[in-house]
Design a protein. Structure first.
Length: 356
């Protein structure tokens, strides 16, 4: 899991422009556009933000503007000024440590969610903040810098190939499709986590050791991280479903309800994983205790067997002159034989009692 930078001071565009008066020139960012209706589609990639402005007033089509670099503050500023976005909204886009939330403005909605991806090689979870702006005929998505790829490829293919209903409905349905893809990807991550939990559960029983305990705590932190990303998202989607904004149609609210149900399923799975991991810690402690008890049992049996043997050897090690057994020709071998018989009888007794 990656640590996100914290915005220490309130953000001010005016201060930024005062310090860098020419910063709005030569902007370099990866911007992609999907502009479509049911019959036509236009897909572009470019670096100049001004190319987005021509789609602002095309009411009968839907435009998806995807900006893949939230460090480009001047670019985001120019885009927000052209589309009339609130300055506080832009501040939240740039600050990558936002809690999932939904903010309503006069003519647009602002939504922050956490997009999680799973790194199979490192076996960890990567988090990226995705900010959405929903207008009457457009959706803007803002992704962080230096993040390779996203989970929206299926949505792009649906738009290109006119699969499903995405080309038949408005910008609110596009927003639903994007959020639904993010939530569906949570299930893939939870499946990976579940496989690791099952594997670790067996290894904790057979071979408990400190390295397994470290892996257990790592898993527990990842599950807690997912929980922190999903719990506030449930509130966002619930508010999105019940919102009376004209930007969300009744038709789309039915689909948003489905996303809400998926979010609840994710939360239930996360909570069950938390309980399983808590019980696995008890399993680890029990396994360590059982392992120690087994070692102590073996040592106790060995000590118990040697107690009578030590007594016999101690008696004949006193070297008194009037001990007739010391003069026997076969006394040494007789004592060894007696010790062997005692050991055999004690081992047989322990086995009969199932102490071994």
């Amino acid at each position: 899991m990656e640590n996100k930078p914290h915005l220490q001071q309130p953000f001010s565009f005016q201060d930024y422009q005062d310090n860098f008066p020419d910063s709005t020139k030569n902007l370099d960012a990866d911007i992609s556009i999907f502009h479509y209706d049911e019959a036509t589609i236009e897909e572009k990639k470019f670096n100049e933000v001004e190319e987005c402005f021509i789609y602002k007033d095309k009411d009968k089509t839907v435009t998806w503007i995807d900006v893949d670099d939230t460090s480009q503050i001047p670019l985001i500023q120019k885009l927000s000024q052209n589309y009339g976005l609130h300055a506080l909204l832009v501040e939240d886009i740039i600050c990558a440590d936002q809690r999932p939330k939904l903010d309503e403005y006069n003519n647009h909605l602002f939504i922050v969610v956490k997009m999680l991806t799973y790194d199979n090689e490192k076996q960890n979870i990567n988090s990226e903040q995705i900010s959405f702006v929903l207008g009457s005929n457009y959706v803007m998505s803002f992704q962080e810098l230096d993040k390779k790829g996203d989970v929206f490829d299926k949505v792009r293919e649906r738009i290109r190939n006119s699969k499903g209903k995405i080309r038949k409905y408005g910008a609110d349905y596009l927003l639903y499709a994007l959020i639904d893809t993010i939530v569906d990807n949570y299930f893939i991550i939870l499946e990976k986590i579940g496989e690791r939990i099952e594997d670790m559960e067996g290894r904790l029983i057979t071979d408990p050791n400190p390295s397994k305990l470290r892996d257990l705590y790592r898993l527990k932190r990842e599950v807690i991280f997912i929980r922190k990303s999903v719990w506030p998202l449930r509130e966002v989607i619930n508010k999105l479903e019940r919102d009376y904004s004209e930007l969300i149609t009744d038709h789309t609210k039915i689909y948003i309800k489905d996303v809400y149900d998926h979010t609840v399923q994710v939360i239930d799975t996360v909570e069950s994983y938390r309980d399983i991991l808590a019980s696995m810690l008890d399993i680890y402690l029990s396994s360590i205790s059982n392992k120690m008890n087994s070692v102590m049992k073996v040592l106790t049996v060995i000590s118990t067997i040697f107690m009578p043997l030590t007594f016999i050897v101690g008696v004949y090690g006193m070297n008194f002159q009037n001990m007739p057994e010391l003069k026997w020709k076969y006394g040494y071998f007789i004592v060894l034989g007696v010790c062997g018989v005692i050991s055999f009888l004690m081992l047989s007794f322990f086995r009969k009692k199932r102490w071994l």
